[in-house]
Design a protein around this ligand. Structure first.
Ligand code: AP5
Length: 218
């Protein structure tokens, strides 16, 4: 299974990527997670990326491509992959296409997650994350068992710095301008599947899992 999860911030890509990767035993590569790790580790790349991320802008293509290139190079060895949040611009999509072609493989599906703007803002403003194990919760839709504490590792939960109102608005604007052209890009290549991601997490997962089942062996 070789799939890309595409969609605006907060539509649930990361939540579903974890589940699909576990169900089908494939690698999950999330550029947001890789970038946040680089920021936490104070790497040169992380320091370059931090201000763009905090403001809700995209990290420059050369920085992101540099970060994922090594991961992409390993992809042909894996039994498959879910790319969460990459590509996010046409140049990134073109790079991905070239890397895969050089390995003689192609994408199976690009899933376009669709949720109303109102729901996106509710999902992002209520998201809480664990700074230690990176688990994600939501104050209303996926609350931890003990308020404000990670179920998995007991660490106090935090709000992501780009989940404040101004950064959310900027991220949605950036999505419209720079990422949404990928919907057409992949539709023209007959890879696009549009998913109504507005239901509960389990409902969305069931639908998505069914759609991707034919690709389990690729
Ligand atoms: P990234 O971490 O990828 O952020 P994003 O795309 O903005 O996506 P999110 O993580 O915000 O949302 P999601 O769709 O994964 O939703 P989630 O499942 O968490 O990127 C962060 C930044 O890094 C970018 O702004 C950019 O600066 C940089 N970056 C990353 N990749 C880049 C690239 N390729 N190029 C350039 N820059 C890049 O769910 C959200 C919340 O909703 C959670 O609380 C969850 O519990 C809840 N939820 C999920 N599903 C449901 C549901 N069905 N019902 C109710 N609640 C739900």
């Amino acid at each position: 299974m070789r799939v890309v999860f595409l969609g605006a911030p907060g539509v649930g890509k990361g939540t579903q990527a974890i589940r699909i990767a576990a169900q089908y035993q494939v690698a999950k590569i999330s550029t947001g997670d890789l970038l946040r790790e680089a920021v936490r580790n104070l790497t040169t790349l992380g320091l370059k990326a931090k201000s763009s991320m905090d403001q809700g802008n995209l990290v420059p293509d050369d920085v992101v491509i540099g970060l994922v290139r090594e991961k992409l190079d390993d992809l042909s060895c894996a039994s498959g992959f879910v790319l969460d949040g990459f590509p996010r611009t046409v140049p990134q999509a073109e790079t991905l296409g070239k890397v895969l072609a050089s390995k003689g493989i192609t994408l199976d599906r690009v899933v376009n997650f669709q949720v109303s703007r109102e729901d996106i803002v509710r999902r992002l403003s209520g998201r809480r994350s664990c700074p230690k194990c990176q688990a994600t919760f939501h104050v209303d839709f996926a609350p931890p068992q003990v308020g404000g504490i990670c179920d998995r590792c007991g660490e106090p939960l935090v709000q992501r710095s780009d989940d404040c109102r101004d950064a959310i608005e900027m991220r949605l604007k950036v999505y419209d301008e720079q990422t949404s052209p990928l919907v057409r890009y992949y539709d023209e290549r007959r890879l696009l599947f549009s998913l109504d991601a507005s239901g509960a997490v389990d409902v969305v997962f069931q639908h998505l899992s069914q759609e991707l089942a034919p690709y389990r062996a690729t």
